[in-house]
Write a protein of this length. Structure first.
Length: 121
């Protein structure tokens, strides 16, 4: 082990994994509810706020009631990593869709699998 490096207890890694799984489960629920029906637009907001509220309540219970601050930190960190990864993937997907839709074929970028008229002639 390098000088100054500390081993992370297995229990804290397990708690972070629980936060990670909970964050990915929340993301899966959000993905399944998108796009919402016209009268169900409250569902994604409820999933997001509910997920954050559960993590906040678990953090408050662990950190303040049970005085397990490090455990609470690792739980919140695991959840936050999952949320940030999912948000990054969603933004990247939407950016690629927008770029693909706006790239003109005139600069030599293929936008479809079919050859252009000039290539067929």
């Amino acid at each position: 082990m390098p000088f100054g490096a500390a081993r992370v207890p297995v229990a804290l890694v397990a708690v972070a994994a629980v936060g990670l799984v909970f964050g990915f489960a929340s993301g899966a629920l959000l993905w399944a509810s998108y796009p919402p029906a016209r009268h169900m637009t409250w569902v994604p907001a409820a999933i997001s706020l509910g997920s954050a509220a559960v993590v906040a309540a678990a953090y408050a219970l662990l950190a303040f009631r049970l005085e397990l601050r490090a455990t609470a930190d690792w739980l919140a960190a695991g959840w936050l990593v999952a949320v940030l990864l999912l948000a990054g993937m969603a933004v990247t997907h939407e950016a690629l869709v927008q770029i693909r839709a706006r790239v003109p074929a005139a600069i030599g970028v293929r936008t479809s699998a079919t050859p252009s008229r000039s290539a067929r002639a």
